[in-house]
Design a protein around this ligand. Structure first.
Ligand code: NAP
Length: 330
């Protein structure tokens, strides 16, 4: 497995990482199966993947429990990144909350579910406009001093908010929406984004020697060989709420995906590996957190690291994307 390093961290991260949203189970992702997910995570470790991204809200605690189970006896071999700042009630309504007392509660729940006594990178999942970021940072710094977290990261923060947070302490990583078809996305599902990934966040990470973790690197499954145009997500699947995977907007993404799939076939590689390598190639990208639910999926995704895109291949991809500049920034 290819490894990547940034100055902010004293360990190396696998270029292909593992995203655990679908490990949250069938309450959030079509057909997610616990046994299959456990095998996929364990296979990932066997393949040299050492970076696992999770959050309490994924499956309302379930994804952290699954990761904790899958890593039993192997915790010290891997880097675990979890998050705080999205709480839910009994009816699974989610609210942003980065208040210090909430963070102090969340970390205890996460450590218990993950069966660990520390989290390597603890990320503020989304901004909480009701809480000054300095107050959240003070709570996180106290957790760091207590050894419950090793490093602090941010996710979905604007560059200005990341800068504000950095005034209180070191931020080692940023996580944001970024893939072949979403360069500077303005929305994630129906949530307006206050950052532009390629234009603002990647240069910011390079400037501050921070890691960058691109999320939804496979466009939630669209950038793979197996996605079907008639794909239906049931109403519990989070992808049913993604306008880019449904309706007329979806048709445009699907057409570009068809051209990228043709290109992938010409070079004899799966589309997933083209999408992952397009990210791995970039200096600012540290670990590509691909979701996977089966051993076959993680085998295919991990094998991306065994080859690289040539300059000619990158040129061919740019020629496919160039006429769709507007879509890449929606
Ligand atoms: N910070 C944030 O706000 C945020 C937001 C979103 C995601 N994330 C993180 O980023 C991670 C990845 O993003 P994501 O889960 O949205 O989407 P993704 O990685 O773009 O897509 C993952 C899905 O694609 C399908 N897939 C994966 N590999 C495949 C392969 N080789 N062949 C065919 N299908 C394949 C699987 O779904 P099917 O088999 O069901 O098609 C899988 O669940 C998450 O797990 C999470 O850790 C963070």
């Amino acid at each position: 497995m290819k490894l990547k390093k940034v100055d902010a961290l004293d360990f190396e991260l696998s270029a292909v990482g593992f995203g655990c949203w679908a490990a949250g189970g069938s309450v959030v992702w079509n057909d997610a199966d616990d046994d299959s997910t456990l095998r996929a995570i364990q296979r990932a470790v066997d393949l040299g993947i050492n970076f696992f991204d999770v959050a309490p809200v994924y499956g309302f605690g379930h994804a952290e429990e699954m990761l904790g189970r899958a890593l039993e006896g192997r915790r010290s071999q891997v880097i675990v990144a979890s998050k705080c700042g999205l709480r839910w009630d009994d009816s699974h309504q989610i609210v942003n909350n980065l208040r210090p007392e909430s963070i102090r509660q969340e970390i205890e729940d996460s450590l218990r579910r993950l069966k660990t006594d520390y989290i390597d990178i603890y990320q503020m999942h989304w901004p909480d406009p009701a809480t000054p970021v300095g107050e959240s940072m003070q709570a996180l710094l106290a957790l760091q001093a207590a050894g419950k977290i090793r490093h602090i990261g941010v996710s979905n923060f604007s560059r200005a908010l990341a800068e504000e947070a950095r005034a209180y302490g070191t931020i080692v990583s940023h996580q944001g929406l970024y893939n072949l078809l979403e360069h500077n996305p303005a929305h994630y599902h129906s949530i307006p984004l206050t950052y532009r990934t390629q234009a603002e966040i990647l240069p910011d990470c390079l400037e501050h020697d921070m890691a960058f973790f691109p999320y939804s690197p496979l466009f939630q499954g669209l950038l793979t060989d197996h996605f079907k145009a008639e794909h239906q997500f049931d109403s519990r699947d989070v992808r049913s709420a993604n306008p880019k995977l449904n309706g007329s907007l979806f048709q445009r993404y699907y057409q570009i995906r068809a051209q990228l799939l043709d290109f992938a076939r010409q070079i004899g590689k799966p589309l997933s590996q083209v999408a992952i390598n397009w990210l791995i190639d970039q200096a600012a990208v540290t670990s590509v957190i691909c979701g996977a639910q089966t051993v076959a999926q993680i085998d295919e995704n991990a094998a991306s690291a065994s080859w690289t895109l040539t300059a000619d291949m990158r040129g061919a991809i740019e020629r496919i994307l160039q006429p769709h500049h507007d879509l890449l920034n929606q």
